[in-house]
Design a binder for this molecule. Structure first.
Ligand SMILES: C[S@@+](CC[C@H](N)C(=O)[O-])C[C@H]1O[C@@H](n2cnc3c(N)ncnc32)[C@H](O)[C@@H]1O
Length: 234
């Protein structure tokens, strides 16, 4: 691990605990921004889920940073198998419990994505709220990993944060250093520095085009960027 912020980022997620992560997604506790904002959040999530349904996840799927399994559960409903790689043992255990009987078709791998090499190829790749944690220094390397994880004709679907406002914890304030680093506070008060890179469809599309990827990217009104991508032909 050559980057101390990436190490802090892994510690942040390992220490955070699955309950706190799910509170963020489901807008509970410190992440409950009130009925109107929460409603808009879930409306937009439905838009993303509809697009993911149209994408039609099939075959064997690699999920990067699958965390507590919120999206794994959705992926495995239509996939033959899902392999989920994440650095947090507690997150993976929460995923195993969430998946229940589906767990038999899901392989949970505890690893640092930046230090992990696939031993097989997959038909689809998925990552939820992960790309924003990949710093610019690791961007090309991560997309190369995605490309080498895929069978010929393989496809990618992803979703991520579009902006910080009304997304982070209410008591965090917006501790954004303006250079893709953010200060995050756990429920117990401990603080960590992590990367959080916000893309628009235009900024992400420009970077993907420069690497020869094809893509179809969208933003919801307030909170999410999502889309599908295909690597350059080998
Ligand atoms: C924002 S969460 C997203 C979790 C899940 N994809 C979701 O949307 O519910 C980011 C995830 O990245 C994982 N993570 C952070 N750094 C990692 C690394 N270097 N390698 C593997 N996983 C990592 C964390 O444990 C956490 O589960």
């Amino acid at each position: 691990m050559d980057d101390p912020i990436l190490a802090d980022q892994m510690r942040y997620y390992r220490e955070r605990g699955p309950r706190s992560y799910d509170d963020w997604f489901y807008r509970r506790g410190r992440y409950d921004h009130g009925a109107a904002i929460n409603r808009q959040w879930f409306r937009e999530l439905i838009e993303v889920i509809q697009a993911m349904t149209e994408f039609d996840v099939r075959g064997n799927v690699i999920e990067f940073a699958g965390g507590t399994g919120i999206w794994t559960e959705r992926l495995v409903a239509t996939a033959d198998s899902v392999t989920s790689v994440d650095c947090s043992p507690d997150g993976l255990e929460a995923a195993r419990i969430r998946l229940g009987p589906f767990a038999s078709r899901v392989r949970l791998i505890e690893a640092d994505i930046f230090d992990w090499t696939p031993r097989e190829r997959f038909d689809c790749a998925f990552f939820g709220f992960w790309l924003s944690h990949v710093p610019a220094t690791h961007f090309a390397r991560f997309w190369q990993l995605v490309a080498t994880s895929l069978n010929p004709g393989g496809r990618v679907f992803f979703v991520d944060s579009l902006r910080a406002e009304n997304s982070m914890a209410k008591d965090t304030g917006l501790q954004d250093y303006g250079d893709s680093r953010q200060r995050r506070r756990l429920d117990d008060g401990r603080e960590f520095t992590i990367y959080k890179v916000y893309y628009s469809p235009k900024t992400l599309g420009d970077s993907l085009a420069a690497m020869g990827w094809s893509f179809d990217l969208h933003a919801t009104r307030e909170y999410f960027i999502y889309g599908s991508c295909k690597p350059p032909a080998e």
